[in-house]
Design a protein around this ligand. Sequence first.
Ligand code: NAP
Ligand code: MG
Length: 503
Amino acid sequence: MSTLTEKKSARPTKRSQGRPLPELIFGDLWEFDPAPETADPKLKPRYELFIGGKFVAPASGKYFDSTNPANETKIAEFALGGAADVDAAYAAAQKAQPAWAKLPGKERAKYLYRIARLLQDRAREFAVAETMDNGKPIKETRDFDVPMAAAHFFYHAGWADKLEYVAPGRRVAPLGIVGQVIPWNFPLLMMAWKLAPALAVGNCAVIKPATNTPLSALKLAEIIQDAGLPPGVVNILTGPGSTGGAIMAHPLAAKIAFTGSTDVGKVIMRSVAGTEKRMTMELGGKAANIVFDDAPLDQAVEGIVNGIFFNQGQVCCAGSRLLVHEPVADAVVAKLKNRLRVLRVGDPLDKNTDVGAIVSRDQLETVQGYLDAGVKEGATMWQPPCRLPKKGFYLPPTIFTGVTQSHRIAREEIFGPVLSIITFRTVDEAIEKANNTAYGLSAGVWTDKGSRILKMSTELKAGVVWANTFNKFDPTSPFGGYKESGFGREGGRQGLLDYCRLV
Ligand code: NAP
Ligand code: MG
């Protein structure tokens, strides 16, 4: 347990008596003892490709570094996979797929259960490794990313011998080999979202994590090996975007599943247009988090904070646009500022940290570019006072007021800890503003009225609508977008269906 120590200078002392006290700022008043997580992440200096159940060197003979964005130090080096390695991975998957598909569902389930349990056994180690590679706070990797990844394997293990219920009246068969590419914001969890449903149905997979965050994928490969999964059922390749392109365009891929930016999603769609490949795309978002005047405001403020500052705002479904009802706008902004003053920004391995590091220097610069654009276009920026570590890629939680719908910070996905606040007067205006975006991944509604929740969830063009909560996930719940946020679903029966051939 950490102890709260009070900063002496902020309290009235004998020396300050008679003189005006400095303005009390919560963030300055309290200081926590550092409480770094100490579990060993069990890192290797070098990670190879995982093809055909073995760790193999890349054809290129080349490696790249992954760095810790919290302190800019090298974590380990990773194989630079290319087109020849992609071919080898598909060949291994092709060899493995018929036997894997023929295995009774309850036998496939045993492997998925084993992977889930091994993840739980090594949960602490995985949480530390993921935090070091990505920069997200340890309390998030420990309480969210790792347990949720295990939960996805458990959930889909449960489906493997009940596939007749995925589409009642139809026979369900696997598609074959699936090619999958994932982003850096939830590296381990996205591995689980992609692999667990694919494997449950009897598909084999070739998957690539993002260059910024390859570590947990290769640690998962260790677990897959320890679970005794037949060689070639899962193949994991590290490497640049072009390697992802080769995975997506490969002639042996019956289906491709991509999570990442809308721009790259469009490039991939163009590259496979005209082929028979099935496709699912989980792309960007610009979610509206809508607070009505009858909402429980303190709860709503917690939801706003969780909506945009969870994972430093690097979340596709982040509540990056706050739409607030005019009568309570000033009160909500005042409460929000008070709340942000006590968020702890800093070392992601510290158990008290709320906001960790941005994933890379590039991403930090992109987000800073949006701060400049917001100010230039006339919005008002506010950040709480906070001391940022000298090394690493950090940004204080940032809010903009005076935002109009035409501002870039209201239209474009920033993918950082930046909230754009817009006001509205009527329900119809809230709906119109919320839907006024190219994206449609998620939305949040805060109100006391059930009828209003129903109306909003019907009229908001978003794949997920949260009511009086935000960023809540569960393996049983389908997740996916409308419009430029993509198509297809992950999670639940609907997500599983996207990995099935119905015969
Ligand atoms: P990104 O640049 O699109 O990269 C995603 C993945 O695609 C990475 O593995 C990347 O490899 C790879 N890639 C890059 N160019 C490629 C190409 N031409 N062909 C095939 N693969 C290619 O996105 P990001 O910056 O990693 O992630 C942030 C974006 O992901 C945001 O826009 C966010 O909204 C979106 N996202 C969406 C969801 C969702 O469920 N809808 C979830 C999470 C994130 P490299 O890392 O080597 O470049
Ligand atoms: Mg990294």
